[in-house]
Structures are given as C-alpha cells and as structure tokens.
Design a protein around this ligand. Structure first.
Ligand SMILES: [Zn+2]
Length: 169
C-alpha cells in the first residue's frame, strides 16, 4: 500500500506536527453507520491529538464498509427468488415495492455494482418475511435490522402498546 503523506504542521493547534499512525481497530462512522476499520492509517498531531485523514485512505475505508455491509442486503438471487415465489413478473414486482422495472432489473443482476437502497431493501425483506410467516411485527423487524448495522434503537410508547393490549383482552 502507498504511504499516506503526513508530516505537515497541524492546522488545529498550529504548533504540532501531524504524524502517521496505524491504529489496529479504529472506530469511526461511515455514512452514519458505526464501523471498525482494521489497520487504519491516519495522521495524528503529536501535540493536540487532532486526527487528520488522507483521501486515499478514507476511500479504502469506504470500500471496506461497502464490502462488509453488502452482505447485509438482499442478494440478487434472493430478490429473484422472492419475486418468483410470489409468482410476479419484474414489472409486477416493481409495482408491488414501488420501484421502476429498470431498478429491479439492476438489483437482480448477479454482477451489480451496488445494492438497492436501504429503504428498498427493508421493504423487500418485509415482503419476504410476510410471505414466509404471514404476520409481521414491522417495528420489531426494522429495529432488528438496524441492530445489524450497529444501530441500537429504543422505541418509546411500548407501555402504551401493552396497555392497549391489556384493555382489548
Ligand atoms: Zn495539533
């Protein structure tokens, strides 16, 4: 790998020098999602501790992120299988989930360069869950999905929900 060039004066404090440092497990956020980069290389000011990032290195992080999270999305063959199990043509399935036929076509391509949007992915997963199990607890399902991305969501109003249940019994 190419060396990341640091060694310049820190703009934060104006006094220290930014030196390259390799961090075995660097905790960061990429596109809003928590992510741990293995052997991250960044510049750290020896005086104030400010962190500096080289574009080529953060590009690498983005690629690592995409590779790691791509597995969490429905894969092309899973989408095609779901559609076939529902007995729908591409046009019909696209209408069901509110996308264009072209989008669906690109998501089902084995050599696709990027997966469907997160929103489309969640909707298709819900469709699959509903087809497999009938009834789906949508909120619970979405919270579990978020957890896979390292996002812990605590929903309010659960007390109210259980109270409604108690009253209807
Ligand atoms: Zn500094």
């Amino acid at each position: 790998m190419e060396a990341v060039a640091f060694g310049y004066k820190c703009q934060e404090c104006g006094e220290g020098t930014v030196l390259e440092r390799e961090i075995p497990e660097y905790h960061t956020k990429i596109r809003g999602y928590p992510f741990v980069v293995t052997n991250a290389r960044l510049g750290v000011c020896y005086r104030c501790g400010a962190e500096h990032f080289a574009v080529q290195e953060t590009d690498r992080w983005e690629q690592l992120f995409e590779a790691a999270y791509e597995k969490l999305y429905l894969q092309p063959e899973e989408i095609r299988l779901l559609r076939n199990r529902l007995g729908l043509s591409m046009e019909q399935f696209a209408f069901l989930v509110g996308c264009t036929r072209q989008s669906l076509y690109s998501w089902e391509r084995a050599d696709r360069s990027r997966p469907q949007s997160r929103m489309a992915d969640l909707l298709m997963k819900l469709v699959r869950e509903s087809h497999d199990k009938g009834k789906v607890d949508v909120l619970r399902f979405l919270v579990q999905e978020a957890a896979q991305f390292g996002i812990q969501l605590k929903l309010g109003g659960e007390g109210q929900a259980s109270m409604r249940e108690a009253i209807s019994r």
